[in-house]
Write a protein that binds this ligand. Structure first.
Ligand SMILES: NC(=O)c1ccc[n+]([C@@H]2O[C@H](COP(=O)([O-])OP(=O)(O)OC[C@H]3O[C@@H](n4cnc5c(N)ncnc54)[C@H](O)[C@@H]3O)[C@@H](O)[C@H]2O)c1
Length: 374
């Protein structure tokens, strides 16, 4: 396999944040960019010095020099563009969620298997420093047996592009679902979800979804563990939060309540090692996992370094828990055959289908829905 992957990025809002990371990664050539608006496309290409530019996605797919496509277009385009790219023989990285229907999920799995190309959903939370820290605690036996998992993703999307208005909260649930499944390396088996509250009447007809909050519990396959996730997008007061809590038999990890707080570790009091109530919780400083990355892209885990770096001040790459360089590194290692994509296609669609099936459950008053397996 080639040692350098020629990458094209589609969608240059959030997508533009990845350009300077690919430009510095030793195994990538940041080859092409694509968006429909010619003026904006050229502005982005000029800013980052990317010469090959497409306004038409099909023309990009026809370019034989493109090895891999990183998709950052609006949600409804993720699956159709990913399927088309796999059919064109390209590796695919897709921002979340992978798809909006079960049928698209099935097609993604089929096309990935048929093409033999890499498919990876670029889930930021499972490369955030908080998740990497919790995973490390678990892998080192510090948490003991995992008893329960919880995730939340609350955001106020008022004022965002029109396709977000009235979007069913659980159709974008991968940020809270994924850490609950990834830490145990399991897939979800079935889900129960309730819708709660009501969004502004004018937003409801857009997707036929009335709920302000959707809250789901799902069971992990081949495990006795359950997880609970909560999502809100409109008309619910909450600072932006992605969170992940893991409750173990020895220690538990709880994500910070608000931005700039620190997470908390709760240590179980035992007869052999009794602790007072005050001693059970302690704030913890989560380390930086930059050492896992090639030297050239380590600065992208650091918000401060990014602020200082030349012409990078608009980037929020240190946001999302410093995950962006880890995602790119894993994707490139998969494209060059060095390691498997994490998440692979089956895992990407399982994480996505928890949300799709959860919304279906909420619309059916909390029916239990089995998550399909492909
Ligand atoms: N933490 C995360 O993982 C995270 C964070 C932010 C955004 N996202 C995802 O990234 C995606 C993009 O978010 P955004 O805020 O930049 O959205 P946006 O609507 O502002 O930008 C979408 C981009 O896609 C381009 N585009 C749309 N249709 C296209 C087509 N057919 N061909 C080529 N380009 C096309 C647009 O020109 C624009 O550049 C969303 O799906 C969102 O879910 C994920």
């Amino acid at each position: 396999m080639a040692d350098k992957v020629r990458v094209a990025i589609v969608g240059l809002g959030f997508g533009a944040e990845f350009i300077p990371i690919y430009q510095r990664h030793p195994n990538a050539e940041m080859y092409a960019i694509c968006r429909r608006d010619r003026t904006e496309l050229d502005a982005c290409g000029d800013r980052f010095g990317v010469g090959v530019r497409y306004t038409d996605y099909d023309e990009l797919l026809a370019d034989p020099d493109v090895d891999a496509i990183h998709i950052n277009s609006p949600i409804a385009d993720h699956a159709p563009q990913s399927i088309a790219a796999l059919k064109a023989g390209k590796h695919v990285a897709s921002t979340v969620p992978a798809a909006t229907t079960i049928d698209e999920c099935r097609q993604l799995v089929e096309e990935q298997r048929r093409s033999g190309k890499v498919y990876m959903m670029m889930e930021t939370v499972v490369y955030s420093r908080e998740y990497l820290f919790a995973k490390e605690l678990y892998d080192h036996g510090e948490l003991g047996r995992i008893q329960f998992l919880r995730g939340s993703h609350q955001q106020d999307m008022e004022g965002w592009p029109g396709y977000w208005e009235g979007f069913p909260p659980m159709h974008y649930a991968t940020h809270c679902v994924s850490p609950c499944l990834a830490i145990l390396g399991k897939h979800a088996e079935h889900v129960v979800c309730h819708g709660s509250g009501r969004i502004d009447e004018s937003l409801i007809p857009k997707y036929g979804s009335p709920f302000a909050v959707e809250t789901a519990t799902f069971k992990l396959r081949d495990s006795d563990v359950c997880a609970e996730v909560t999502r809100s997008l409109f008309d619910t007061a909450r600072q932006y939060r992605e969170s992940f809590d893991v409750y173990g038999s020895k220690k538990s990890f709880e994500w910070q309540q608000v931005e700039n707080d620190e997470p908390v570790i709760h240590t179980r009091s035992t007869r052999e090692r009794p602790l007072s109530e005050a001693e059970i919780p302690s704030r913890v400083k989560v380390p930086d996992y930059a050492h896992l990355l090639p030297e050239e892209i380590r600065l992208f885990t650091q918000p401060a370094a990014i602020q200082d770096a030349d012409h990078l001040s608009f980037l929020q790459g240190g946001g999302h828990g410093g995950s962006h360089p880890h995602l790119i590194h894993n994707f490139l290692m998969a494209c060059t055959g060095r390691q498997a994509a994490m998440p692979d296609v089956e895992t990407s669609v399982n994480w996505t289908m928890v949300g799709i099936c959860a919304h279906q459950s909420a619309l059916q008053g909390g029916e239990k829905i089995a998550i399909p397996q492909f």
